[in-house]
Design a protein around this ligand. Structure first.
Ligand SMILES: Cc1cc2nc3c(=O)[nH]c(=O)nc-3n(C[C@H](O)[C@H](O)[C@H](O)COP(=O)(O)OP(=O)(O)OC[C@H]3O[C@@H](n4cnc5c(N)ncnc54)[C@H](O)[C@@H]3O)c2cc1C
Length: 327
């Protein structure tokens, strides 16, 4: 969020999240990147202890009843820590959305509350080896057998797979139906028939436990279906709201951190008898990056507050920022 648009309460929240971010040991980040840590479980527990997970959910589940905008402010701060820690922080917000909007009271008590306290770790399993963009082409099958479904199939690029206690899994329950009417969303707990067969050493997300998940005759009780049976389309579309927002907001934090390092460097580094930030070529690059970063900042409150008012503030802010950097 752009500084001028933050309320005092939002600035306090931002400081609180910054304190949490600063408390994360530098060594953890290094160890994760070197694949010495499979998943940062203690980091998620600590965020839960500080009541910083799923901020927009009601207090009765362990959230704070804040707005989407507040959560985005928090996510931008956490994003400074990089993709792996950003994803681990965002996951309760994403999986929690499905549980909060579509879960029964029992499901919320069993999974949402411990998710927000950091006691349980969740993961979302959408992407398959055949691809991820075509969500409705899912080939993971769930066969009805009495009071259960039996899952067979594979999911890949699942963040937190290494350590998750439960997974939100999308599987085809009515192969003959049109794709939008034939998929169900399940909570699948780690157990027989649920294996993580490979961990990816993806650049930038190492240590986040991203893995390939394989289901072989994994039995899941009917009461673990989230929302309507065969009605996962609704759950998917709803879950995509925090999915996209948290990804974008965390990326803002990462970009901001990179930009701050670059700007500081340009103020220290000398060439041809002066700081390199005195050269137009360098200084314009920094100024343009700040402009692009602010332009990219997500803000759901824009619509609520009135776009024209907001836009005029943005322009003022951009001019100010550019002047600061160029001077
Ligand atoms: C950091 C990170 C974390 C992730 N975490 C998870 C997770 O926790 N759980 C999970 O399930 N998945 C996760 N994913 C996977 C992600 O959801 C998929 O990578 C994404 O859906 C794209 O799928 P794909 O990689 O199979 O690419 P594909 O779907 O194979 O797409 C390949 C390329 O084709 C393009 N393309 C595809 N369809 C179209 C079209 N109709 N029109 C134009 N272009 C098209 C795509 O843009 C892309 O460039 C994660 C990915 C990343 C990067």
């Amino acid at each position: 969020m752009i500084e001028a648009l933050l309320t005092e309460t939002q600035k306090e929240l931002r400081s609180e999240v910054r304190d949490f971010v600063k408390s994360v040991p530098r060594q953890l980040v290094l160890d994760m990147d070197a694949d010495r840590v499979r998943y940062p479980r203690e980091y998620v527990r600590e965020a839960g202890r500080r009541h910083l997970l799923g901020l927009r959910f009601p207090a009765e589940y362990g959230g704070r009843g804040l707005s989407w905008e507040d959560e985005i402010i928090a996510l931008e701060e956490v994003g400074v820590l990089g993709t792996a820690l950003g994803c681990a922080y965002a996951m309760p917000s994403i999986v929690g959305e499905a549980l909060h909007v579509f879960g029964t009271a029992e499901q919320q008590e069993r999974w949402l509350r411990p998710l927000l306290s950091g006691e349980l770790i969740s993961a979302e399993a959408l992407t398959e080896p055949r691809g991820g963009s075509d969500f409705f082409g899912t080939t993971t099958l769930a066969r009805r057998d009495g009071d259960s479904y039996v899952l067979n199939g594979q999911k890949r690029f699942i963040v937190g797979a290494a350590e998750a206690d439960f997974f939100l899994v999308y599987a085809r329950t009515r192969p003959e139906a049109p794709p939008h009417e034939g998929i169900s969303a399940f909570i699948v707990e780690r157990g027989p028939g649920v294996e993580v067969e490979h961990l990816y050493g993806l650049m930038g997300t190492r240590g986040g436990g991203t893995g390939r998940l394989v289901f072989r005759e994994a039995r899941v009780p009917l009461e673990n279906i989230i929302g309507q049976e065969h009605g996962a389309a609704d759950v998917f579309y709803q879950m995509m709201i925090p999915e996209r927002m948290t990804s974008a907001a965390a990326a803002m934090g990462m970009a901001r951190a990179a930009l701050e390092i670059a700007a500081r460097y340009s103020d220290r580094r000398h060439a041809f008898g002066q700081k390199i930030r005195r050269f137009e070529g360098v200084s314009f690059k920094v100024a343009d990056s700040i402009t692009l970063l602010d332009a990219a900042r997500p803000s759901p409150g824009f619509v609520d507050r009135g776009l024209s008012y907001t836009l005029s503030l943005i322009v003022e802010q951009l001019v100010l920022l550019r002047t600061e950097v160029v001077q």
